[in-house]
Ligand binder design. Structure first.
Ligand code: HEM
Length: 533
């Protein structure tokens, strides 16, 4: 990896292979207004031995909060500084788009919120935000607990069968796969009132969803966008499969949209207007979007919105639960502390919205997991015009100049493990969020202060002034953040209410791989035992 390249000319970004190649050449030949930045020099082997986000951490420690990284002729700016991240995500949000991420996701999500161009995004964000009303989230806690219960019942059944057949009191399960099914069932019911039932069965739609996610991950890690070359769709088997998976999901979503339009009832509309979710048979987001906007809402846009939420809300939450188990299993005293809270608050019952508010330690576990394993570990942006980044936490006065068309990684992973903002940054300490940290006189960074986000159930980027941003920040912040946090709290509480969990192998044997989210390469195999009280 070298840093000769910088881009002063605007690269074309329509994803066409020839254009991409010519952009690379243009960038390679052009001079460097990124030249004021520290430069990461490493060996190419750094990129293959471990996930990219881990190498970016090592270079962050070496080069600081803003540095330039070049892959051959292509240069990226890597940001690991809260002041600069805040500038890009919030203060100057509309000077950036999603760049390469939008190129990868557009064939799957169309004009859904994540890849959408600015004009579409403004309209759709305004339409969808009210659907995530606090009372909708309250109603969804029941969906979270019903779906989690199915997972628990399935595990208990497996355990009973094992006891009967072998006399052993422990089962081994890949909890990453179990959480993936759970999160899919929850998204299906809450977003479009569709029961995937994936905790207990397989179906062509489930297979197609996994196939599509798998392809999205492949595209986000492959070096060369060969899928933009039209014949690749038919020649390359995995691309043919991707097209047929997309068709299965799209047909399913189209059917659900049609059904929602045909079953629209004025009485439901009134209940939704009054946010009376308790008496609704179908409280899904799709119902809300169709009922509130009327039947002439554009089917294609609706499908893109649903597909986006299906993808964005599924693997992310599953990953949080997976890494929660990984971290907790290595900390039995923290498991016991969590179980004591669960027993005191829930007893043998299921969580409700009110009881969930009392599960303070479980909520802190969820945010601490998101700190150590942010999903995704990197946010991606591209400058739409020449930009000047602000000075960072080291008090640099001079900002770096960044040309139009520059690709930027905001490393949430680096921010969350920065030794400048966290004590013992790599340790799993949920209690850390109960302590506040002053800014230590860091110019332009306000430090940690819960009073900046009164009433928030979970710490966020406002409280930490962008040192902790598991859901991003600014206008493009995750729309499902509270949904995901509550879902994770409920699922974790219900798992540890019933089971003691250990890793099957050593923690070191769990290998990380990353695509859109951080996975365990060979699954998260755990031993589950009924709790000893
Ligand atoms: C955006 C994380 C769950 C829907 C984002 C972003 C992050 C994120 C970091 C910002 C991306 C960026 O700035 O480039 C997470 C995590 C989740 C989660 C960690 C689970 C723990 C969900 C759920 C939904 C959802 C459950 C929907 C039901 C979205 C959408 C966007 C988004 C639609 C795009 C927002 C926009 O651009 O306006 N998510 N998310 N996410 N997320 Fe989530």
């Amino acid at each position: 990896i070298r840093c000769q390249s910088t881009n002063t000319k605007e690269p074309k970004t329509d994803g066409n292979i020839l254009d991409n190649a010519s952009n690379l050449l243009t960038n390679f030949l052009s001079g460097g207004s990124l030249s004021s930045m520290p430069i990461a020099k490493g060996a190419v082997s750094d990129l293959f031995g471990k996930p990219l986000f881990l190498s970016l951490y090592d270079w962050f420690i070496e080069h600081g909060g803003v540095y330039k990284l070049a892959f051959g002729p292509k240069a990226f700016v890597v940001i690991s500084d809260p002041i600069v991240a805040r500038h890009v995500l919030r203060e100057n949000a509309f000077s950036y788009d999603k760049g390469v991420l939008a190129e990868i996701l557009e064939p799957i999500m169309g004009k859904g919120l994540i890849p959408a161009d600015l004009d579409t995004w403004k309209l759709r964000r305004r339409a969808i935000t009210p659907a995530f009303h606090a009372l909708y989230l309250e109603a969804m806690v029941k969906v979270f607990s019903d779906c989690s219960e199915k997972m628990i019942l399935k595990s208990e059944k497996l355990l009973r069968e094992k006891e009967v057949s072998t006399g052993e009191d422990t089962i081994e399960l890949d909890l990453e796969a179990e959480f993936s099914s759970l999160a899919l069932d929850i998204i299906g019911l809450s977003v479009f009132n569709y029961d995937f039932g994936s905790v207990t069965k397989e179906s062509p739609v489930i297979k197609a969803v996994y196939g599509t996610l798998f392809e999205a991950e492949h595209r986000s890690t492959f070096y060369f966008p060969y899928w933009n070359f039209p014949p690749a769709r038919w020649i390359v088997p995995r691309q043919r499969k991707f097209q047929s998976d997309l068709k299965v999901i799209n047909d399913c979503l189209d059917g659900l949209i049609q059904n929602a339009k045909e079953t629209r009832e004025e009485t439901d509309v009134e209940k939704l207007q009054q946010r009376d979710y308790s008496n609704l048979k179908d409280a899904s987001l799709l119902r809300f979007l169709v009922d509130m906007r009327g039947v002439d809402i554009d089917d294609r846009q609706l499908r893109d919105d649903l597909m986006t939420m299906l993808i964005a809300g599924h693997e992310t939450t599953a990953a949080v639960l997976t890494w929660a188990v990984f971290l907790l299993a290595q900390n039995p005293t923290k498991i016991r502390k969590a179980q004591a809270e669960i027993d005191a608050v829930l007893g043998e019952g299921a969580p409700t919205y009110e009881s969930m508010k009392k599960l303070e330690y479980i909520r802190l576990i969820v945010v601490e997991v998101l700190r150590l394993f942010p999903q995704p570990p990197l946010l991606i942006r591209r400058t739409l015009k020449p930009e000047t980044l602000p000075g960072g936490y080291k008090g640099e006065k001079e900002g770096h100049k960044v040309p139009k068309g520059t690709d930027i990684f905001i490393s949430v992973y680096n921010l969350h493990r920065s030794p400048y903002f966290w004590d013992n940054p790599h340790e799993f300490e949920p209690e850390r969020f109960l302590r506040t940290k002053e800014s230590n006189g860091i110019e332009g960074w306000a430090g940690f202060d819960p009073s900046r986000s009164p009433g928030a159930l979970y710490p966020n980027e406002i409280v930490s002034d962008f040192a902790f941003l598991p859901f991003g920040g600014g206008p493009r912040k995750c729309i499902g953040d509270q949904f995901a946090l509550m879902e994770s709290t409920v699922a974790l509480a219900m798992l540890f209410q019933k089971f003691d969990v250990e890793l099957r192998g050593s923690p070191e044997s769990v290998e990380l791989v990353s695509g859109a989210t951080i996975h365990a390469k060979n699954g998260m195999w755990c031993k589950l035992k009924r709790r000893s009280k």
